[in-house]
Design a binder for this molecule. Structure first.
Ligand SMILES: [Zn+2]
Length: 649
């Protein structure tokens, strides 16, 4: 039998509630096309396993078997809130679609963050040693995990947990008062949670609360993916554009996410996250939120701050859309650019929708690809802007659609400015290529040679488990090499080379100046040590550019180091802080010694250390201390807890 390229599965394009609204019923049932794979009941495939146990009722629901011929020919079950097997099918479809978007944009396979398999008490005690971690083949998805208005990603269990709950008793939106709302049936929520898991697999250290942007980035980024994925369905885009007369700045479904979930919560009005506009209670109408340069500074709560990022990306989308469709509108209006009253022609709607979809698709790819150009630790929104610009310059040397300018303008409009960048121009935002002297370059050559064969083999591997094992072998080899000074280098020369990558070979006592008062600790005891250089990840990527058809073959390596200090003062109880440094290095796959970019956060940066210290101690002006309500203290550092972060009253 010939394997089909795609599997089609029926599902909702918006929340199930839209099926009972007259104006959206016709566009809410769509077909998801996802890459074909053979499936076991669950569905259980290569990447995910749906486990349908409902602890609240102690009930196991029969797993759906999508390989069953009868189901296959009718594209799975029809959308239905009352059929648990449809719920299983739906979380599978949306999660796989999300994974597919990431793999296409990143040009490589996703492997989940490996699970710690040594018991907590036997984990390595040295701060700079890693816990042993095991390969995780499948992310587990529980569509009916709890009777709660919540859904979250559990990074210890590598699982997505979706709750269900009874809607508030007053009538809001399309909910039946007192009816059941399943979070697993909201495509936005499923895409959002899947994105948390994928982001964690790429940048695990973004679970650590080192500055105000980190949790907000996780949240905002997950919403951006959910939002831009909505544009996949042309029927819906056309429908909304016909309603809004070709514009995105009115009240379309694109300005809000997880509508049904938001409406079902007691006392809430409209969607969970309104990014571009809000329901004005007094006026009784929807009003647009204008961008303000103080948005970034003033919004310090994780969701609000994340929403600023989403609004920024949506703003960039609108700028590109207007730029690219103004000629169409001029043609349609005989040159005036002003559309007459009433509905606009179907032909125009279709053309506009096509543009909007292609922009959204490309913007989503830029947003995802940028992850590979982010530092491995301590992300800020400004870093993310620089990453997006660099990623896009790499793949499309000429900015034909005006993407980069639109992004820069949108970030500027909300006051998001990268650190140490004086002007917001493409040239100043692109990450630097390090200047290496002859000796430093020859040092890099030697290291590149050491891993060349392994990397070449890795680049040809398709099997995800093999990828994991092989990459680990190369990383261990590299670690051995990097933690020992090369004989050709004097100590000073070696230190100068490491500095280019944000690293050090100095002992902790030498990291900062003499005025530095905090104690360095290891195993809970004061100690002086050289922080271990960890090769956190290594992955080859293949990407094709958006126009030129150019193939980009690169290898990404992330290197990190950590130190632990005590940051309590006076009689305060003991308080540890983990401070990390390191970088993401992007090199050429063909010639590994050719370094394109180094995106670093220096371990010896005292200013950054002080900022993090102040932040964790709650001493930053206008910034509340990291909330114990969204982080769980795993006795090493404050770590994001999505269960708490997503909790709603
Ligand atoms: Zn979230």
């Amino acid at each position: 039998m010939v394997r089909p390229a795609f599997r089609s599965l029926r599902g909702y394009s918006l929340d199930p509630g839209f099926s009972t609204r007259l104006d959206t019923a016709s566009i809410n049932e769509v077909t998801y096309n996802i890459p074909f794979e053979s499936l076991k009941p669950g569905p259980t495939g290569e990447y995910i396993e749906v486990v349908d146990y409902d602890p609240a009722s102690g009930c196991w629901y029969d797993p759906i078997d999508l390989s069953h011929e009868e189901l296959a020919v009718q594209d799975g079950h029809a959308p239905s809130e009352g059929n648990p097997q449809f719920h299983q099918q739906f979380v599978y479809a949306v999660a796989m679609k999300t994974i597919d978007h990431f793999e296409k944009a990143l040009g490589r396979k996703i492997t989940w963050h490996p699970r710690a398999f040594t018991p907590r008490e036997r984990r390595p005690k040295h701060d700079d040693q890693q816990t042993r971690r095991a390969y995780v083949q499948r992310l587990r998805i529980y569509p009916h995990a709890m009777r709660e208005a919540n859904a979250y990603y559990n990074s210890d269990k590598l699982a997505l947990l979706f709750g269900y709950f009874t809607a508030a008793s007053q009538i809001q939106g399309a909910n039946h008062p007192g009816g059941t709302v399943f979070t697993c049936l909201s495509p936005d929520i499923v895409a959002h949670e899947t994105t948390h898991a994928i982001l964690d697999s790429i940048h695990h250290r973004y679970m650590e609360d080192t500055n105000l942007d980190v949790a907000a980035f996780h949240e905002g980024f997950a919403d951006i993916v959910a939002l831009l994925q909505r544009f996949t369905f042309s029927e819906m885009v056309e429908h909304q554009l016909a309603k809004s007369r070709g514009r995105f700045d009115g009240a379309t479904v694109f300005g809000q996410l997880a509508t049904q979930f938001g409406e079902a919560l007691q006392g809430s009005r409209g969607a969970l996250r309104n990014m571009i506009g809000k329901w004005d209670e007094k006026k009784g109408q929807w009003t647009r939120i204008k961008a303000d340069p103080s948005d970034y500074r003033d919004n310090t709560e994780a969701h609000d701050r994340g929403a600023v990022l989403v609004a920024t990306i949506f703003d960039a989308f609108q700028r590109i859309y207007e730029h690219r469709t103004s000629d169409l509108v001029r043609i349609a209006t005989g040159g005036t650019g002003v559309l007459p009253e009433g509905s606009i022609s179907t032909d125009l709607v279709r053309r506009l929708a096509k543009e909007a979809q292609s922009i959204a698709e490309h913007l989503l790819a830029v947003c995802i690809r940028a992850l590979d150009y982010c530092p491995p630790i301590d992300i800020t929104f400004g870093d993310y802007l620089r990453a997006m610009i660099t990623a896009d310059v790499d793949i499309a040397p000429r900015d034909e659609g005006g993407y980069r300018i639109a992004l820069i303008e949108a970030f500027r409009a909300r006051g998001i400015l990268p650190d140490r960048v004086n002007t917001l121009s493409v040239e100043s935002l692109v990450w630097n290529t390090p200047e290496l002297n002859r000796k430093q370059q020859s040092g890099i050559n030697t290291i590149a040679k050491l891993i060349q064969e392994g990397v070449r083999e890795l680049a040809q591997t398709e099997d995800r488990h093999k990828l994991f094992k092989m990459s680990k072998e190369i990383r261990t080899k590299l670690e051995k090499r990097l933690n020992r000074r090369s004989k050709d280098f004097t100590r000073r020369e070696w230190e100068a080379l490491l500095k280019k990558f944000g690293l050090t070979a100095e002992k902790t006592s030498k990291l900062f100046d003499k005025k530095f008062k905090d104690k360095f600790i290891r195993d809970g005891e004061p100690a002086v040590y050289t922080p271990f250089i960890e090769v956190h990840s290594l992955r080859p990527v293949y990407r094709t550019s958006r126009r030129e058809g150019k193939l980009i073959e690169q290898v990404l390596v992330t290197l990190t180091q950590r130190i632990s200090t005590l940051i309590n003062e006076g009689n305060e109880p003991e308080r540890r802080m983990v401070f990390r440094g390191g970088c993401t290095i992007i090199v050429d796959l063909g010639a590994l010694n050719k370094v394109f970019y180094v995106i670093s956060k220096n371990i010896k940066n005292r200013r950054r250390y002080d900022e993090q210290r102040k932040y964790l101690r709650g001493e930053k002006d206008d910034v509340p201390p990291p909330s114990t309500s969204i982080y769980s203290d795993d006795d090493r550092n404050w770590r994001l807890d999505f269960n708490l972060l997503h909790q709603h009253d």
